[in-house]
Design a protein. Sequence first.
Length: 118
Amino acid sequence: MTQPQRPSAQSFIGQEVTVQIDRPAGSRHPKWGFVYPLNYGYVPGVFGGDGEELDAYVLGVIAPLAAFTGVCTAVLHRLNDDDDKLILTPAGQTYTDDQIRALVHFQERFFQSEIWRG
């Protein structure tokens, strides 16, 4: 039996990462009903601390997507939940910590977190 991959979320910083988008921009959260103003997905086959596939926010692309390949520029590390989130952007785009917080506030307002960079 193959063990699931559980690399540190920090190991993705600076790396090109491909994610499957399961909550495209404009979609609603299946349980809580809020709208995703940006694309949100996961890294297939890579598992986070919560036992689910590692999640990622995609910044810098407004159109709804099915998949995305970009650069992991930061990790949003939740202090009160074992569910880190990768922050992915198109190559060459950067966001300040304040910009990241503003863009992910729709969901992250319910959690305490830190933003980690390489």
